[in-house]
Ligand binder design. Structure first.
Ligand code: PMP
Length: 535
């Protein structure tokens, strides 16, 4: 009989996830993982995992579980939580307690017949097999947002989609047919990991317009700019390395850095972007491996780092020898004011890895982005991409190159800018019309998002439910933060809902805000406290 109390355990503590891993001679015997932000009560998470391990034969009959007190201590939960989990397991006759023998497993599913062959193959306990990297990925946030954003019955301000009108479908058909007729199977073959050379030449020309002089050898084509963040993390970050990010910041970037085990250190932003003096004050204590920034029309805040801070940030990078990953998906989407030079354009010493994408100016579904960097860095990207997906899809690269060489790209970009400018105007109008005191917002000069501050007294979690009841969704502020700053914010994307629904969507959202505020008032009114039992 294995006595668990005599086994060693490691505590698991990752962002939002805790747990314990019990081992015997280095092999994992039992692992319990708790996700405190899950809607499943903690006692059920414990019960379900132990039940699965018993039914799958991982925990054998006679296996002695830790005492309620010990397991509660190890998992950092109340004893009553473990008590409830064990009570359910006992009710299902899966475990039993006997004085002196502790709590032991009563049954297992797998039995061995006389030929020593298992009679029944147990279900593989996938969740018990997850590696550390996967455990750090347990937030299905982006896919959840994408799922809701595509629902026809909701007005979604959640995702940074482009409006689906005016897509150059005809041009795409024409280009694809012509290219396939002329070049046939070449377009359907494997191609270079660094990217289709003519496309890299076209991107090099586009970069010139953004003030960046680079030849095609300094460019790698990627499957979207999110891959640029992912590969940067894989290439440069070891577990425990410090990565500086803005707070708030792009949630997928936070997830990626978390997944590789980085220590993410946030630097707050204000209307002029990342607070550089705050960053510098940190550098006397920590040595970051990377600074990740979205200087232009930041996601989610919409802010633009001013020129003084851009220069100061580069000076800091040079002084402390820290590479910068400049993420620039929105730079071209300016609706008012003047363009500022990118960090890469200002960088005289090759410290900046510049990432951009066609997702926000052409079509996100094509999944084409790119990186501009020093040659030796590009070589590392090639090696890393080779392992990730070998190369970006050949057909898409040819079509994108065709668009960049013809007028289609520039026409499309102008259409996107005009469309977004109009949606932004409608959003401003609606926010003014349905204004609520203490609901603060500022129109961004570009990009796709309004970053709005909720009235203080609102419970942000309650508002999510209220808005969903009214069939409006948005991106809650907490997903962009590491929890250091106040999360009374929401991000509203003005480009994704159809224009004719913007006003209605804002009206419903503001109703939800009002109703949530009223509920809070009720909770705190003297009458309410009279009828509420004080526990
Ligand atoms: N960076 C930022 C700041 C973003 O907002 C996004 C998309 N929302 C990306 C990168 C990824 O874009 P894609 O992979 O579609 O190119």
């Amino acid at each position: 009989m294995v006595v668990l109390n005599s086994l060693k355990h490691d505590n698991i503590k990752l962002d939002g996830i805790t747990g314990a891993c019990y081992k015997i001679k280095g092999s994992v015997i039992m692992r319990i993982i708790l996700n405190k932000s899950s809607s499943i009560p903690i006692y059920l998470q414990i019960r379900n995992q132990i039940r699965d391990m018993i039914l799958q034969g991982i925990l054998e009959p006679g296996f002695r579980l830790p005492s309620e007190r010990k397991l509660a201590e190890t998992l950092g939960v109340n004893r009553s939580t473990v008590l409830n989990a064990y009570r359910d397991l006992k009710a299902d006759d899966l475990i039993g307690s006997h004085t002196g023998a502790g709590t032991t497993v009563l049954m297992a599913q797998t039995s061995i017949n006389k030929d020593n062959m298992p009679q029944k193959v147990s279900k593989l306990p996938w969740m018990q097999l997850l590696g550390g990297c996967a455990l750090r990925m347990q937030q299905p946030l982006v896919s959840d947002i994408l799922k809701t954003a595509n629902r026809k019955d909701v007005i979604s301000f959640a995702a940074g989609f482009l409006a689906q009108t005016h897509d150059p479908v005809e041009e795409l058909l024409e280009s694809q047919c012509r290219l396939l007729k002329d070049y046939g199977s070449t377009m359907l073959q494997y191609s270079s990991t660094q990217g289709y050379l003519p496309l890299r030449e076209s991107i090099s020309n586009l970069m010139q317009k953004r003030g960046i002089t680079i030849d095609p050898e300094g460019i790698i084509v990627l499957s979207g700019s999110q891959q640029a963040i992912d590969l940067t993390a894989r290439i440069f970050i070891d577990p425990g390395d410090v990565v500086i990010v803005e707070e708030p910041s792009f949630f997928s970037a936070l997830q990626i850095f978390q997944s590789v085990g980085a220590r993410i250190v946030p630097v707050p932003i204000d209307a002029k972007g990342m607070k550089i003096e705050f960053l510098e004050s940190l550098l006397s204590r920590i040595k970051p491996k990377l600074i990740y920034t979205i200087p232009t029309f930041q996601n989610p805040s919409g802010t633009v780092m001013d020129i003084k801070r851009r220069r100061a940030l580069l000076d800091i990078a040079y002084k402390y020898q820290i590479p910068i990953l400049e993420d620039d998906p929105y730079g071209e989407l300016r609706y008012e004011g003047n363009h500022l030079p990118t960090l890469k354009a200002l960088d005289q010493h090759g410290y900046v890895i510049y990432a951009s994408t066609f997702s926000k100016i052409m079509f996100p579904g094509m999944r084409i982005g790119w990186v501009v960097a020093e040659r030796e860095v590009i070589r590392q990207f090639v090696l890393a991409k080779q392992m990730a997906d070998l190369h970006t899809n050949t057909l898409g690269q040819w079509i994108m190159d065709d668009f960049l060489r013809s007028n289609v790209f520039h026409k499309r970009l102008q259409t996107v800018i005009n469309e977004n400018r109009e949606s932004r105007r409608l959003m401003i109008e609606a926010l003014k019309q349905y204004a609520i005191e203490d609901f603060e917002w500022q129109a961004p000069e570009g990009g796709l998002y309004f970053w709005c501050r909720l009235p203080r007294q609102i419970d942000p979690e309650r508002l999510i439910t209220k808005a969903e009841e009214k069939k409006v969704v948005y991106a809650p502020g907490k997903i962009f933060c590491l929890g250091y700053t106040d999360n009374h914010y929401i991000r509203l994307s003005f480009s994704s809902p159809p224009k004719e629904l913007i006003k209605q969507g804002i009206k419903l959202l503001m109703q939800a805000v009002k109703e949530t505020m009223n509920e809070e008032k009720m909770k705190h009114s003297p009458e309410a406290s009279e009828i509420m039992p004080i526990l």
